[in-house]
Design a binder for this molecule. Structure first.
Ligand SMILES: NC(=O)c1ccc[n+]([C@@H]2O[C@H](COP(=O)([O-])OP(=O)(O)OC[C@H]3O[C@@H](n4cnc5c(N)ncnc54)[C@H](O)[C@@H]3O)[C@@H](O)[C@H]2O)c1
Length: 369
C-alpha cells in the first residue's frame, strides 16, 4: 500500500516514542510536527528529519492524511475537530476526550465527514495480549466467566515533581489515569461491557510531594483515590476492577481471567510484551505466538488504522472502542457517587484478533488470512 501521510500535533514527552517508531511501520509516512511551543516542534523536527510547522500549516497540508494528536487531554477534542474540519483522519492519545459528551461531538463530526477516529491505547495489539486472546478464542480456558483488573499504586507524588493533575481537575484519579489500558484490555478479551457498579474512597485530603523543587509541599485531592468496581460484560462475564493511588504494595496480576476449564494471567496492559500464564491443570508460561511482543510498539494502532483505511476494513483502536471505555470509566465514578449500578448506553465491536507470528510492521487480522 501507499503509505498515508501523518502529521503530529503535540511534541511533548510521549511524542518521542511515536517519532522513533514511525519508521517501523510502512503503512505511514511521517511528514511534519507542530506544537503550541514552536521550539518543541523545531527540536523534534530536527531530530527526526521532518518539517516543523504551525498547527494551522499542518492542517492545511495536502500530504497529510492523518493527524496524530499527542496534545494534553484538555486539547484532544479541539485539535481533533480542527483536523476533521481540514478533511483529515485523527488518531489521538488517550483519553479520547474529557467526557462522553465531548467524545460524541468528535465521533459525530468524523461520521458526518466520512473520516476515521482512532485512539490509544494500542497495547492490546501487542504480542502479550494477542497471545492471551488467541488462547481464549481457542477455547483453552473454556467459557470465560469472571476476571480481575488491578492497578494499585502508592501514588504518583512519590516520583512526579508536579502531581497536582493526578488528584484534582478533569481526568484526575487512578481510574481515568490508567483505566483506559485495563478496560480496553478486557474489552479486547471479552467484548463490550453492559453494566457497572463501584465504590470509591479517598484515603487523604492532601498528598505530599516527595521530589523536585516543591518537595514537602502538599496538593489537594478532590477525587476518589481508591475505586473498587465490578463490570458486567455483554457476554455475561463479571470482572472486578480496582484502581488505586492508596496501596503501598500488593501481589495481584494486572489482569486475570477465569474460564470454565482454566485460568489466564495476562501481562501489564500498559505494555506490548510480558508473559501470559495459563492454568489448565497446572500453571505454565505460554509461548508468545504473536508479533510486536518484544518491545514498545506505540503507534501500532495508528499503523493499523492506516492499513484499515487502505483495505476498507474497521481499525482496531477505534473511536467507538475509546468512547465505550470512556463511558465505562465515567459510569464507574457515577456509580460510586450515586450508590447505584449503571447500564452503559454505548457498545462497540470486539476488535478483530491479529494473526499469529507477524513480523514487526506487518498487520494482518485473523479474518483477512
Ligand atoms: N507521558 C507519558 O508517559 C504518556 C503515556 C501514555 C499516554 N500519554 C498521553 O499522551 C498525551 C500527551 O502526554 P505528554 O506526557 O506527552 O504531555 P506533554 O505535556 O509532555 O506534551 C503535550 C504537548 O502538547 C502541546 N500542546 C498542548 N495543547 C496544544 C494545542 N492546543 N495545540 C498544539 N500543541 C499543544 C504542549 O505544548 C506539549 O508540548 C496525553 O493525552 C497523555 O495522557 C502520555
Amino acid at each position: 500500500m501507499k503509505p498515508l501521510g501523518v502529521g503530529i500535533v503535540g511534541c511533548g514527552v510521549i511524542s518521542d516514542i511515536y517519532l522513533a517508531n514511525a519508521a517501523l511501520f510502512p503503512q505511514i509516512a511521517l511528514r511534519a510536527v507542530a506544537d503550541l511551543r514552536p521550539e518543541a516542534a523545531a527540536e523534534k523536527a530536527a531530530a527526526h528529519g521532518v518539517d516543523a510547522v504551525s498547527v494551522a500549516q499542518l492542517m492545511a497540508r495536502d500530504d497529510i492524511d492523518i493527524v496524530l494528536n499527542l496534545t494534553i487531554p484538555a486539547a484532544h477534542v479541539e485539535i481533533g475537530l480542527a483536523a476533521l474540519e481540514a478533511g483529515k483522519h485523527v488518531y489521538s492519545e488517550k483519553p479520547l476526550a474529557g467526557s462522553v459528551s465531548e467524545a460524541r461531538r468528535l465521533l459525530d463530526a468524523a461520521e458526518a465527514r466520512g473520516l476515521r477516529v482512532g485512539c490509544a491505547p494500542d497495547t492490546f495489539l501487542g504480542g502479550g495480549h494477542q497471545t492471551a486472546r488467541a488462547l481464549l478464542d481457542g477455547g483453552l480456558i473454556g467459557a470465560p466467566t469472571a476476571g480481575t483488573a488491578t492497578l494499585m499504586l502508592p501514588g504518583h507524588e512519590r516520583w512526579h515533581p508536579n502531581p497536582d493533575f493526578y488528584y484534582a481537575g478533569p481526568g484526575a484519579g487512578p481510574l481515568f489515569d490508567m483505566g483506559p489500558y485495563y478496560i480496553t484490555g478486557m474489552v479486547n478479551l471479552l467484548g463490550p461491557a453492559r453494566r457497572v457498579a463501584a465504590f470509591g474512597v479517598r484515603a487523604r485530603d492532601r498528598r505530599t510531594i516527595a521530589t523536585g523543587p516543591r518537595a514537602g509541599a502538599t496538593v489537594p485531592v478532590d477525587v476518589a483515590t481508591h475505586v473498587a468496581g465490578v463490570m458486567e460484560f455483554a457476554s455475561g462475564a463479571v470482572v472486578q476492577i480496582a484502581t488505586s493511588f492508596d496501596v503501598p504494595a500488593h501481589q495481584h496480576k494486572p489482569l486475570e481471567l477465569y474460564g470454565t476449564e482454566g485460568s489466564l494471567l495476562i501481562p501489564d496492559p500498559n505494555r506490548f510484551d510480558g508473559d501470559v500464564e495459563m492454568f489448565d491443570g497446572a500453571w505454565a508460561v505460554q509461548p508468545m505466538t504473536h508479533g510486536h511482543g518484544d518491545g514498545n510498539y506505540r503507534g501500532l494502532g495508528l499503523a493499523d488504522m492506516a492499513a484499515a483505511i487502505a483495505e476498507n476494513r474497521p481499525h482496531a483502536a477505534s473511536g467507538a472502542l475509546a468512547l465505550h471505555v470512556l463511558e465505562a470509566m465515567e459510569a464507574l465514578l457515577a456509580s460510586s457517587d450515586s450508590g447505584r449500578a449503571i447500564e452503559l448506553s454505548t457498545t462497540c465491536d470486539r476488535p478483530a484478533a491479529l494473526a499469529p507470528g507477524a513480523a514487526v510492521g506487518v498487520i494482518r487480522t485473523v479474518e483477512t488470512i
